[in-house]
Design a protein around this ligand. Sequence first.
Ligand SMILES: *Cc1c(COP(=O)(O)O)cnc(C)c1O
Length: 374
Amino acid sequence: MIPLMDIRRQHQTLKKDIAKAVDHVLESSRFVLGEHVEALESEIAKTCGTSYAVAVNSGTDALFLSLRALGIGKGDEVITSPYTFFATVEAIIQTGAQPVLVDIDPQTYNLDPNQVEQSITDNTKAILPVHLFGCPADLTALRSIAQQYQLKMVEDACQAIGARFAGKGVGSWGDTGCFSFYPTKNLGGSGDGGMIVTSDPELMEEIRLLRSHGSYKKYHHCRFAYNSRLDEIQAAILRVKNQYLPSWNQKRRTLAQRYNQAFQKLPLKPQWIPSEAESVYHLYIVRTSQAEALNNWLTQSGIGCGIYYPLPLHHQKAWTDQYPVPDLPQAESVANTTLALPLFPEMTESEQETVIQAVTRFFDKGESHHATIY
Ligand SMILES: *Cc1c(COP(=O)(O)O)cnc(C)c1O
């Protein structure tokens, strides 16, 4: 059996350090907004190349609080991708704004900047690009559109911590960048967690108020806000893991290169990573018209794989109950033809070889005759 991902293996190697870090917090009995949260904030800001970072309790809240802090709400439109995890659009809805779904590039699966520009109206207030599967969206193009039309930009970098575009860290391109520490993310905690990075001091102050009851001084409140803080225990665990993030991301890239080479002659196409983009391969995705048959074949061979995401946002019941269904042909086609293959930093070469052989055999046994090359 080869799993799609295996977060237990990571824990085995870090067990002692994590136990020590947790014990340290328990002994100190400082559980909320203490030294570990503060230190993690500086460490993540440094990774991204921003002046500040504010820890919050999930990636979803990182998105929501960013939009709130930027003053986005009822009557505003926010442009985003239909091909992402559901939370991206939930964060927009929670502010009272209207999400506007714009089609994706069929090779990178990220927002298509040309279509973004065509979808701007007088009500558009922000662009919310997603760096899907760890690959940065076209940030040069999107930022220049945002500047030209005076729009805010919030990056959903929940799957892309440590990724870069044109040499600059994701999260540092937008007004804010949002990260998730959900356990299966590249930097995953032992529960929920998130982070907002920004280089705007006023925005940073506003987000700090919003995450903790609008409190500027103990028991003094200048906003009706939220409780969205990261726990000290969580931050302490994340700091242990964060030391390994660069080497884990490097390992992911090495594994991805190896898959890319092995699949060159097969009728399947890996997610296209543009030359300016440095992906952190949160997932390794291939596209083939035989995705469903390949999924069954690999599952029967004991190889974990997954479909991300089987149903684009505009076909989710929550969406269709409330909104008309926009015509987004690329998102539909990609959702029907992509498959994630096993990739995680602790994966062994021999495990990867087994996956490569199983994929190759699938196409050798005749499936390649049916396959469309995208
Ligand atoms: C994980 C994820 C989120 C939400 O993060 P949570 O920490 O689970 O709230 C948002 N957007 C994307 C693209 C994600 O992958």
